[in-house]
Design a protein. Structure first.
Length: 189
C-alpha cells in the first residue's frame, strides 16, 4: 500500500525535492505537499478511504478531528468514509491550536486525522485539547509518517499509509550541498 500511495504523490507532483524547512523546524530534501495530492477529489477519496480503513477498528462511534489547515481535507474525507462527523482545531493568533467552532463533549470518542507527521506536534496538540475537555481519543492516523519511528506515544493507536525515514537536519547541522540551496517553507504557516 505504501508504494501505491507514494506513486500517487509522485504522479501528482506532491512529493517535492529541494531544501525545505518543515513545521517542526527541521530541514529536509523532501517535502510532502499533501494539498497538491488532495486537490484531486478522486485521489483524496481513495487515499483517505485507505486511512479510514486502517482507523476503522478503533473508530466505532468516534468523531474525526483534524488540525487545520493541512488536516481538514483528510479529516473530512476520513469522516465521510467512517460515516461520522468531522470537526477541526485551528490556530490562534500565536500559532497554537485551539478548539473554536465546536464543542467537545466529555466522554465522547475521537479519532485524530492528519496529513503528514514528522515529530507529531500538531497531532499531540490536538489530542491534548480533546483530553483537556474530557474527550476520549481512541486513535490517530496520518497519510504520511515521516518520523522514522520517532513520534511521541500519543496514548492511543497510531496508523499511517506511508512510513518513511527521510533525512532531516537541525538548522545548525546542514550538509554543505543542502546549505548551498535556498530554503523554502512550503507548509502551513
Amino acid at each position: 500500500m505504501s508504494d501505491d500511495v507514494l506513486a500517487l504523490f509522485r504522479q501528482t507532483g506532491a512529493l517535492l525535492h529541494g531544501h525545505f524547512i518543515l513545521r517542526s523546524g527541521l530541514h529536509s530534501r523532501e517535502f510532502f505537499q499533501c494539498a497538491i495530492l488532495l486537490q484531486h477529489a478522486r485521489i483524496a477519496a481513495d487515499v483517505c478511504g485507505r486511512l479510514a480503513d486502517k482507523l476503522r477498528p478503533h473508530a466505532a462511534g468516534a468523531i474525526v478531528v483534524s488540525p487545520a489547515v493541512g488536516g481538514i481535507v483528510v479529516g473530512q474525507e476520513v469522516a465521510r468514509h467512517l460515516d461520522t462527523r468531522h470537526i477541526f482545531v485551528e490556530k490562534d493568533g500565536q500559532g497554537a491550536l485551539v478548539m473554536r467552532r465546536f464543542a467537545i463533549v466529555p466522554g465522547e470518542r475521537y479519532v485524530v486525522a492528519e496529513d503528514v507527521v514528522t515529530r507529531g506536534g500538531r497531532v499531540q496538540e490536538t489530542i491534548d485539547i480533546l483530553r483537556a475537555a474530557g474527550g476520549v481519543v481512541v486513535a490517530a492516523g496520518a497519510i504520511v509518517d515521516r518520523s522514522g519511528g520517532n513520534i511521541p506515544d500519543f496514548g492511543c493507536p497510531f496508523v499511517s499509509l506511508v512510513q518513511m525515514t527521510p533525512e532531516t537536519f537541525e538548522a545548525d547541522q546542514l550538509p554543505a550541498d543542502l546549505a548551498a540551496i535556498p530554503a523554502t517553507k512550503p507548509g502551513s504557516k
